[in-house]
Design a protein around this ligand. Sequence first.
Ligand code: OXD
Ligand code: MN
Length: 634
Amino acid sequence: MPKLDQNHFAPLLKSKMSPESYRKLTDLENEALFNFVGEYTELCEPDSVYMCDDSNEDAEYIRENSLKTREEKPLTKKGHTIHYDGYNDQGRAPGATKNLVSKELVPLMGALLAKEREEGLAEVREILKGIMKGKEAIVKLSCEGPTRSPFSIACAQITDSFYVGHSEDLLYRRGYDHFRLMAPGERFFRFVHSAGRLDENGNSIELDKRRIYQDLDDYIVLSTNNQYAGNSVGLKKHSMRLSIKLAGTEGWLCEHMFVMSVQNEKKGRSTCFCGAFPSACGKTATAMLPGEKIIGDDIAYFRNINGEFRAVNVENGIFGIIKDVNAVDDPLIFKTLQTPGLEIIFSNVLTGPDNEPYWQGMGVSHPKKGWSFSGDWFEGKTDDKGVPIPYAHSNARYTLRLGYLENIDPAFDDKNGVPVKGIIYGGRDSDTSVPIEESTDWKSGIILKACTLESETTSAVIGQEGVLAPQPMANLDFISYPIGAYIANNIKFVEGIEKVPPIYAVNYFLRDEKGQFLTHKLAKKVWLHWAEQRIHKEVGAYRTPLGFIPKYEDLKALFAEIFAEDFSEGLYRELFKFRIDPWIAKISRAVRFYYHNAPDCPKEYFQIWKSTVHKLTALKERHGKFIEPGAYSE
Ligand code: OXD
Ligand code: MN
């Protein structure tokens, strides 16, 4: 403390902080943290700075202030609040998001939204000057992954938004005590956020000055003039970009993946899977499958711990899309969202005259007027181009603690994480990939399944929806160093792992020629249980040009056991036939994508893709357009 008292930021911080807040900051004896708070207090000029510790009193202070500042409003049910982001701030903003890297690295970043570091920092620091005038800033410390674990990453957030502070309290583990125990000089991630000038509804006005700049040399993110949590909550997507870079440097992985465990009650087994799916491809629905257990729904860290492939959920809560969440399709989340007394933030849904939230696909009729992300809403409201404005945004969200869920896995908080037995990459296409296919080995899984993953753009990202775009590892928006090196690190990660998990590619969206889905929504449970049985070496498989698929008898038995359903052989054949032309087209799209967007992508990967295309072309001569299950051998 005496040392910090002599720090040149001490007089400024004493003038802006209550003695209690100043004591909480100096008690940590962390000079880097003190300097961080000092530097951005000086630059952003908040009227006052509130330092949070891990107490419930401080959590309550943030929650109450998010109501006082009207960033959130109470809903009818106790603990439930509603927050609105601005009309043009309803998703991640790639146009305003940049990875700040050295001049030499910029040309290697290809599609990765890069900007020269010095230039980017100067630009965003100019915007940050005085941006918090008239507001209080809060300093909140959190920990990603379980605290005091081999996975932990300490994080410090400064923000002038109580909604951001509140969201972080629900989504991450509190980290003040973690900081207290940190070794001197131990690294932590830093996030600065300001919503900037606000209109009468409390929304950021200066969207032209919206910036989300990741300084990847210094592990700090500066985010201005925005509120949507994917842009504002430092620990969510910003931190993911910093972790991906750090992991690449240190030889572990940060992936855009859920962590869940498949329960085999008959055998008394719990088997952990991690899965990456681009938005709207079934990620949360897989992580939340009825009868299975959830560990996390969005971001995982992987480490080799004593030769074992182990994972943690980085987060402690869910920031989930609230569309098509209803009593039939998502009964567990639906029930949780209806429970009074739980602390839940709804965002960008309709608030009805009954002060209850209504969202798209809720399964109940919605009021004909209310308050929405577009302000006062009434049936028939249109935008300035005459296009009807929906009552709730299709990227509306709920924010809650994972601990509220009945299906949380007890291993959720294990300091050494959970042992991962299978990896899943999930895409969305109507006519290409079979419902589940196991890769022949890790490297081919990464290059042929993970790198070729693609999906249509959705409302989670501002811009045109429905465009087919490549999505390497469902992580394109977050990869923060050249893509070729990132792929190589994924391949390398399993060196030294004793039992390398198999990689599965899944696709829940095959359709028939009338456009109808070939299977019902819960069929994914069967695909996962098949993978579980494969991992435990209880079922065989047919070889395909790209891996292994289930045999009919094994799926028939699973459909009967899980759903008491008769799964017909005809449907099996339709689902699992290998579609040669679409696969050739898919790999060719990937080749084009990497050629144009990943300047450092090694030649070896192109050779693998090209030789696969040759192999498939030759197979077409022999088999015609499709290869029937069981008809292929190497
Ligand atoms: C998310 C996203 O919100 O990926 O998880 O956009
Ligand atoms: Mn995500």
